[in-house]
Design a protein around this ligand. Structure first.
Ligand code: APR
Ligand code: ZN
Ligand code: ZN
Length: 394
């Protein structure tokens, strides 16, 4: 572990006991679609029953935050709001009834919670949770329908994706807090909060990529590159990366992508090219761009009879799948994947260990680092396609 990722300076909270008290801290607040986030004081109420208050140490920006910030998806109803869902931090205090997490634990917030008790949580076939599932429209706590954030005058500031991490302190349901090894480097663990788990899990849990197989990945942001990393670890022999931004290719090479296609360089459709170079199509394809035309290309790039396409990109309503029902008779499948199929609380600690022991390599994913108050600059880096993940230190 190199010096940059060493964690000892963040392993304990300050000695002042803030449990049970309102904390005033800095947060980046969204006041409307596309408006620069405002760094301002917010008040963070103590955690209620089965909730935890977390001191966020690192957060990064995922494309879903970008879409929400721009107002491109359903998440745009409640302002002011604290966005952000990729982070790592330390528990400051816990609410009544929380037994699996205590003050000082290192945690990763997860937008797809795991209550452990609902019908879905008890079923091994799914990672959805009926109580704390991801819902872009949700902006208040499940417990009482209220917010834990407020302005100085007491007016509510809304939550986002069960997490709201663009703040020095957040309150989340304990079902959405994953306790990880205290030795795990929190900077890198931030990536497991969404992008890397989503991508790696799509390759491992959802597609179940087999050794020697062929893979095509559409969209080489952090999510797509995490799919590549997952496929590399599984021993895929051909990993094709597709992106309209060729500056993503060198990073792709580092995580095991064996060949690249820039759709803009082709005179034929991408799927025709892929079918031609793979003896009829790849075994698995992944849509990580959030674009319906790309999804169709990904679907047609797989081999008839057994091809599997995994959908990871987020598609705003009211658009529908561009696929004729008869095309499914060709034996290709499309699977949706939320959070890489991971049941966060029970399965992420193992993934964190796999990162710690080097099975999964995360070095390539953090391309930039900035102080938290430069968050608007970090958004700009993602807008311009210059960053994979910009780590913001709080
Ligand atoms: N064809 C190929 N690649 C494309 C296309 C296209 N038509 N349009 C965009 N891309 C590429 C972009 O150039 C970029 O490299 O898709 C990539 C998306 O990467 P990021 O913006 O960094 O997004 P990321 O955080 O990786 O998320 C990808 O997964 O979780 C979802 O909401 C998220 O839909 C988003 C997707
Ligand atoms: Zn995300
Ligand atoms: Zn549940």
């Amino acid at each position: 572990m190199d010096a940059f990722y060493h964690n000892s300076s963040v392993s304990s909270l300050e000695s002042t006991d803030t449990a049970g008290k309102v904390i005033t801290c800095k947060a980046a607040v969204a006041w409307g679609p596309g408006q620069p986030l405002v760094i301002q004081d917010v008040q963070v109420a103590p955690p209620q029953k089965m909730e935890v208050r977390v001191k966020i140490l690192f957060t990064s920006i995922c494309h879903t935050d970008l879409s929400a910030w721009k107002g491109e998806n359903e998440a745009q109803r409640a302002y002011p709001r604290i966005l952000g869902h990729e982070a790592a931090g330390i528990v400051e205090s816990v609410g009544e009834g929380v037994e699996d997490i205590k003050k000082g634990d290192h945690v990763i917030p997860i937008f797809q919670g795991e209550c452990g008790n609902c019908m879905c949580c008890r079923n091994q076939k799914t990672n959805l949770c009926q109580k704390f599932g991801v819902n872009p429209l949700k902006s208040v706590m499940v417990n009482d329908g209220k917010t834990r954030f407020s302005s100085k005058d007491g007016s509510p500031i809304f939550h986002f994706l069960n997490t709201s991490t663009f703040t020095q302190y957040t309150v989340i349901d304990s079902a959405c807090a994953v306790k990880i090894d205290s030795q795990a480097p929190l900077q890198k663990m931030t990536l497991l909060s969404c992008g890397v788990s989503t991508g790696v899990g799509a390759a491992w849990n959802v597609a179940d990529v087999q050794p020697g197989s062929s893979v095509a990945i559409f969209g080489l942001g952090a999510v797509g590159l995490a799919v590549a990393e997952g496929a590399r670890v599984r021993g895929a022999s051909k990993i094709i990366g597709v992106d309209i931004n060729p500056t993503k290719f060198p990073k792709g090479k580092a995580v095991g992508i064996t060949e690249f296609i820039n759709p803009k360089d082709l005179e034929v459709a991408v799927h025709e090219k892929i079918v031609a170079i793979t003896e009829g199509g790849v075994d698995y394809s992944f849509e990580c761009a959030g674009n319906l035309e790309v999804l169709r290309e990904a679907f047609l790039s797989t081999h008839t009879g057994w091809g599997v396409t995994v959908l990871l990109g987020i598609h705003p309503s009211p658009k529908l799948l561009p696929i004729h029902p008869m095309e499914l008779f060709d034996g290709r499948e499309i699977r949706g994947s939320v959070f890489g199929g991971y049941k966060g609380k029970t399965q992420l600690p193992k993934l964190a260990k796999q990162c710690m022991c080097g099975t999964l390599k995360l070095e390539e994913f953090i391309t930039h680092e900035l102080p938290f108050h430069n968050i608007n600059e970090a958004f700009q880096l993602l807008v311009e396609g210059k960053s994979l993940r910009c780590l913001l230190q709080l």
